[in-house]
Design a protein around this ligand. Structure first.
Ligand code: G6P
Length: 372
């Protein structure tokens, strides 16, 4: 009913709007006044966390994209090798796991069959499993050694939005916690990131306040057959997520690529007026990434692409190459997916609506895939 949707026309719009709150709630009480992580709920002994020599993340769909982003944070801050795998692939091969492996299973519902079977398989090999889950008492956390709950609140729309942002927050918390327990040479950077996390909900809110041009653009592109998404580093999984959202909601051909792979194939797809969304990393810090993507944008634009550029406020260098520019607040690179994903959700939701699709219940999809 309209009341359940809190005045929004769909649950998806309501859930997109709830993201600042969901992010803040997921951080609540987990960082103490001194900036230290307090995650007692992660009931895996610190000794086991110190001895872990590998992290393996398993998940499906949007949760898998959260895992891909987590890998960048975990490997950078903790120097533990981290693999990310689709649960459906993981469970049917012969993965190498032992008691020193920390498996992280990410699932909004906690009921996805492939994720559940993957974690059972991991535990049979003696690995420890930490669940990141949004649904209290669901099967995935019940069968795991420990759980870090996301506090997104119930997510009703089939396409995941606020659960995804909170999965990212939980992944950052786990990465920072591992770094804290094990010691890290990035202590200063981590202190800064913890500070940035405390203002990130406000940044998400600011993105939401500036979405009207994105909605307009989505309506203008509603007749298109294909949209491509490019990103690098953590922007690459964001590109995959942007493409997944368009497939799920708009039933449109959409693909995400690592921008560095352009020359190995995707650039052959570029034709006149093809919309290409590019997620641009922050020009501060690791600016080499920024320079690389600038040349990628130039390459596709020279071949006729219509460039839709998501870039940090104040990033003037991208302006000459952007047919459409979407600004997000300045955010450290590793945390940037929390702000760059939001315009892509709004874009897909509006485009699907313009095409007359039912956004809360896309055809052929289920909120939780509890069968094979
Ligand atoms: C389905 C949903 C997706 C979700 C995926 C994984 O495909 O439509 O939105 O990302 O399942 O679900 P989970 O509950 O395990 O996160």
């Amino acid at each position: 009913s309209a009341a359940e949707k809190g005045g929004y026309t769909s649950f998806m719009l309501k859930e997109i709007a709830e993201q600042p709150r969901a992010v803040a709630d997921t951080l609540l009480g987990r960082i103490d006044g001194s900036g230290a992580l307090s995650l007692d709920e992660v009931r895996i002994p610190p000794k086991a966390l110190r001895e872990a020599d590998k992290v393996v993340i398993v998940a499906c769909g949007t949760a898998f994209h959260a895992g891909l982003i987590a890998k960048y944070a975990i490997e950078h801050w903790t120097r533990i090798p981290c693999e990310v795998e689709l649960a459906s692939e993981f469970r049917y091969r012969d993965p190498i796991l032992d008691p020193q492996t920390l498996v992280i299973a990410i699932s909004q519902s906690g009921e996805t069959m492939d994720t559940l079977m993957a974690l059972r398989h991991a535990r049979e090999q003696g690995a420890r499993v930490l669940a990141i889950c949004n649904t209290n008492g669901s099967t995935v956390p019940r069968e795991s050694d420990a759980v870090l709950y996301t506090h997104a609140g119930p997510e009703v729309a089939v396409a995941s939005t606020k659960a995804f942002l909170t999965q990212l927050v939980a992944c950052y918390l786990v990465a920072l916690y591992l770094a804290q327990v094990r010691g890290t040479k990035y202590a200063d950077e981590i202190r800064a990131v913890v500070r940035d996390l405390s203002s990130i909900a406000r940044s998400v809110e600011r993105v939401l306040e500036t979405m009207e041009p994105v909605r307009e653009l989505a309506r203008a592109l509603a007749h298109k057959k294909t949209v491509l998404f490019l990103g690098r580093h953590v922007g690459y999984p964001v590109a995959l997520e942007g493409a997944l959202k368009l497939k799920e909601l708009a039933y449109m051909h959409a693909e995400g690529f690592a921008a560095g792979e352009l020359k190995h194939g995707p650039i052959a797809l570029i034709e006149d007026d093809l919309p290409v969304v590019v997620v641009v990393p922050s020009p501060r810090g690791r600016s080499v990434l920024h320079d690389k993507i600038l040349s990628n944008i130039q390459e596709i634009r020279a071949r006729g692409a219509r460039t839709i550029v998501i870039a940090e406020e104040g990033d003037d260098e991208v302006v000459p190459y952007a047919d459409h520019l979407i600004h997000v607040p300045a955010t450290p690179t590793l945390l940037q997916p929390l702000v760059t994903t939001v315009p892509l959700q709004v874009f897909a939701c509006e485009l699907a609506t313009a095409r007359g699709n039912e956004v809360d219940q896309p055809r052929n999809l289920a909120k939780s895939v509890t069968v094979e």
